[in-house]
Design a binder for this molecule. Structure first.
Ligand code: PLP
Length: 406
C-alpha cells in the first residue's frame, strides 16, 4: 500500500522552508532527496561499522564487506538480473557507460563500425561514444524522435545495418519524460549480433525494470536518483558480455595476482571494480533499494501516474506554457518555456522565490536542444514524494512568472 503522507514524512528535507515558503522539490530528475533510513544507514556505516572492505581479516572489515557485498544481491533483485555476479558497482550511470566504452567497445569496435543513438540521449550516453568516434573512427548514427517526443522503436531497428555494432538508447528521457519501448530494440539487436546499451538512469526510478525480460546487454542505474547517496550506482552486465570485457580501471581488488612480469585478473564482477570503492554510498544505495522494494515499484508508478495526469490537466489551462514532449505514457518530467518570457533561468528564479525547485538549462542534452530548436528549458521533474498540491503550487508560481515576464 502506498501511503503518500507516510512517504513524505520519511524525507526530512521535505518539511523545510525555502525563501520563507514550504519547499516544493521538483528537481528529483537531477538528484532525489533521501529518506531517513538512508541518512541513518550512512551515519551508522561511518559511526559504528566503518572499515575498508575485502582486504582485512578483522571484525570491522568483515562487517563492512558483508554490508557492502550484500548490496549486490539487492541490485540484482531490483533489476531482476539472473545473478548477482552480473552487477558491477559504479559511482553512477556516467561511470557505468564509460565502463562499457573502455571495457567493451574499445576492443570490439573498429573504424567504420556504427553506434546507433537517439537525439534525446543524455550526454553520459553520447560523450563516451564521441570519444570512440574521435579516437577510433567509429561512426555515430543518430535516430530522430517523433514530433510528440516519442521514439519509434522501428526507426531504431531500421537504422541497424551490417556495420552496426552497438545501439545506445535511453529507457526514459531526462528532458521529455518519454518512456521508450526498448524491448523490441534489444530483441532486434540481439538477432543481428548488435550489443544493446539501455540507459536506465531515469526509468529505474519510476517503475519496475526486468533486465532479463528486456533482453538487454548493459543497463546502468544511478543510486542518487534512486533516493540513495550521491556517488553510488551500478550496472547490469550480461554474463556473456562480461566474458568479452577487459577491466577499465587497474589497481587493487580487480586483480588476483601481480608480479613483476604480469597480472591475472580477478573474476567478474570484481574484475571491474578497482581500488577502494564508495563503500558507504553503496551501502546507502542498498538501503534505498530496500525502501523502494518495500513500497513496491508498481505502487510508486501508480502514484506518480496519478500526479502526472493531474499536472497534465492543470497545464492544459495555461495556453502560454510550451511543454516539450507529449508522448503517450510519458513520465512526470516536464520541460517548458513560457511564451515571451525570456530565459529559462529567469523563470526558475521566480519559481525559487515561491519555494519551487526546478532546473533550468540544457539538461545535459545538447543534441535534443538542437533538435527542438531551443536554447534552454525549465524542467520540473516529479518523484514519488510529490503530490497534486505540489502541482498547484507550481502552477501558481508559473502564473506569477507569466504575469511578470510575458
Ligand atoms: N542518463 C540520464 C538519462 C540521466 O538523466 C543522467 C543524470 O541526470 C545520467 C545519465 C547521468 O547519471 P549519473 O549522475 O548517475 O552519472
Amino acid at each position: 500500500m502506498f501511503d503518500i503522507d507516510k512517504v513524505r514524512a520519511d524525507f526530512p528535507i521535505l518539511s523545510r522552508e525555502v525563501n520563507g515558503k514550504p519547499l516544493v522539490y521538483l528537481d528529483s530528475g537531477a538528484s532525489a532527496q533521501k529518506p531517513q533510513v538512508v541518512i541513518d544507514a550512512i551515519s551508522r556505516a561511518y559511526g559504528d561499522e566503518y572499515s575498508n572492505v575485502h582486504r582485512g581479516l578483522h571484525f570491522l572489515s568483515n562487517l563492512a564487506t558483508e554490508k557492502y557485498e550484500g548490496v549486490r544481491s539487492k541490485v540484482a533483485r531490483f533489476l531482476n538480473a539472473g545473478s548477482e555476479e552480473e552487477i558491477v558497482f559504479t559511482s553512477g550511470t556516467t561511470e557505468g557507460l564509460n565502463l562499457v566504452s573502455y571495457g567493451w567497445a574499445v576492443d570490439n569496435l573498429q573504424a567504420g563500425d556504427e553506434i546507433i543513438l537517439s537525439v534525446m540521449e543524455h550526454h553520459a550516453n553520447i560523450v563516451p561514444w564521441h570519444f570512440l568516434r574521435e579516437r577510433q573512427g567509429v561512426v555515430l548514427k543518430w535516430v530522430d524522435i517523433e514530433p510528440d517526443g516519442s521514439l519509434d522503436p522501428q526507426r531504431v531497428i531500421d537504422a541497424m545495418g551490417p556495420r552496426t555494432r552497438m545501439v545506445c538508447i535511453t529507457h526514459m528521457s531526462n528532458v521529455l519524460g518519454t518512456v521508450v519501448d526498448v524491448k523490441p530494440i534489444c530483441a532486434a539487436a540481439r538477432d543481428r549480433g548488435i550489443v544493446s546499451v539501455i540507459d536506465g538512469s531515469q526509468a529505474a526510478v519510476h517503475g519496475p525494470v526486468d533486465v532479463q525480460d528486456l533482453g538487454v546487454d548493459f543497463y546502468p542505474i544511478t543510486g542518487h536518483k534512486l533516493y540513495g547517496p550521491s556517488g553510488s550506482g551500478a550496472i547490469y552486465i550480461r554474463a556473456e558480455r562480461q566474458a568479452e570485457m577487459r577491466p577499465f580501471l587497474g589497481g587493487g581488488d580487480m586483480i588476483r595476482e601481480v608480479t613483476k612480469e604480469g597480472i591475472t585478473w580477478n573474476d567478474p564482477p570484481m574484475k571491474f571494480e578497482a581500488g577502494t570503492p564508495g563503500i558507504v554510498s553503496i551501502i546507502g544505495m542498498g538501503v534505498a533499494l530496500d525502501y523502494l522494494m518495500e513500497l513496491g515499484m508498481v505502487n510508486i508508478a501508480a502514484h506518480e501516474a496519478e500526479v502526472a495526469a493531474y499536472a497534465t490537466k492543470r497545464f492544459k489551462g495555461l495556453n502560454w506554457l510550451q511543454i516539450q514532449g507529449k508522448a503517450p505514457g510519458k513520465g512526470a518530467i516536464y520541460s517548458f518555456t513560457i511564451e515571451g518570457a525570456g530565459h529559462a533561468h529567469d523563470i526558475s528564479t521566480i519559481l525559487d522565490k515561491k519555494g519551487v525547485a526546478v532546473r533550468a538549462g540544457q539538461h545535459c542534452a545538447g543534441p535534443l536542444m538542437q533538435h527542438l530548436g531551443v536554447n534552454a528549458t525549465c524542467r520540473a521533474s516529479f518523484a514519488m514524494y510529490n503530490t497534486k498540491s505540489d502541482v498547484d503550487v507550481l502552477v501558481d508560481a508559473l502564473e506569477l512568472a507569466h504575469d511578470l515576464f510575458a
